[in-house]
Ligand binder design. Structure first.
Ligand code: ATP
Ligand code: MG
Length: 270
């Protein structure tokens, strides 16, 4: 509405609209018994409905951060709150609301068939039988796995297993999705299916936290980009701004580069 039409007492919507904080991470550290510093003095706020992309080189702490957000790894110092409540006091809510795709797709396989595997999450959450069936079938179709619904998951290819993990979280219908390297091992059509799911989830207002070094696949969908380096968030903000000030030290490559000829298609920069 044009501001001239607002009554005098009206407060501009920019002031009224405040994104709700979902995760609050304060001075988080994780030091392993062998002395490895996994996460170091990391503070971060994650807001409802945003698509937050976190990148960083191998070993920068992406998977560890995801495991800490899920309460699977205890911090050495600092705290994490989910909707304002310390993580350890809100495990049930967390389980209901947050779905995850692990980097190691095998670690997530539970069922004897794809259908059974995908149904595991919604069953655990106590959904009605009919609802489970509808959600599982929709997830199988959305990820291109419908034809294989009676197949044993362990015999799927690496890329298909990753799609299965995505189907699992789609069927759970949570509000927050954390994905660790969701594109690993996927061929072009596999990437497109996962991207399509991500797009739908974003349009449906879900909060998406994507940890990946394959920035080029998903950058356009990101609201914020964070760079993790040696366990610390070193940069955080609008993706374009962050990429404009990339330094080689982070080990992250700016994906905005475009190729015009086949001979240009190389990762070599010399
Ligand atoms: N249980 C553990 N004991 C000791 N060190 C660990 C343990 N788990 C993780 N680390 C270390 O923590 C650091 C962060 O690991 P993490 O798996 O989070 O990296 P990542 O950013 O996900 O890397 P990648 O891109 O290869 O997936 C690494 O140096 C790793 O060796
Ligand atoms: Mg990782």
């Amino acid at each position: 509405m044009p501001s001239s039409l607002l009554p005098d007492c009206a407060i501009p919507w920019q002031i009224i609209w405040m994104p709700k904080e979902l995760f609050f991470l304060h001075k988080l550290s994780k030091i392993f018994p062998n002395g490895t510093i996994g996460i170091s003095d990391l503070s971060l706020r994650i807001f409802e409905g945003e698509c937050l992309l976190i990148t960083g080189s191998n070993g920068s702490g992406k998977t560890l951060l995801m495991r800490m957000l899920l309460g699977l790894v205890e911090p050495t110092e600092g705290e994490i709150r989910f909707r304002g409540i310390p993580l350890h006091k809100t495990q049930d809510t967390l389980r209901r609301e947050v779905g995850m795709v692990f980097q190691d797709a095998d670690a997530q396989i539970i069922g004897e068939t794809l259908e059974e595997d995908i149904a595991f999450g919604p069953k655990n959450l106590g959904y009605a039988k009919e609802t489970i069936k509808t959600q599982v079938h929709a997830a199988l179709k959305a990820t291109g796995l419908w034809e294989k619904k009676d197949f044993p998951p362990r015999r799927l290819s690496g890329g298909e297993k990753r799609r299965l993990a995505v189907a699992g979280i789609l069927a759970m219908g949570g509000t927050v999705l954390i994905m660790d390297e969701p594109f690993a091992n996927l061929d072009w059509s596999g990437v497109m299916l996962v991207l399509e799911s991500i797009r739908h989830l974003k349009a449906a207002g879900k909060t998406l936290i994507i940890l990946t070094h394959e920035l080029e696949k998903v950058l356009a969908l990101a609201d914020r980009l964070g760079i993790l380096h040696q366990g610390r968030i070193r940069e955080l903000g609008a993706p374009g701004d962050i990429l404009d000030r990339l330094v080689p030290e982070y080990g992250v490559r700016d994906p905005r580069r475009t190729y015009t000829a086949a001979k240009d298609c190389t990762w070599l920069t010399v």
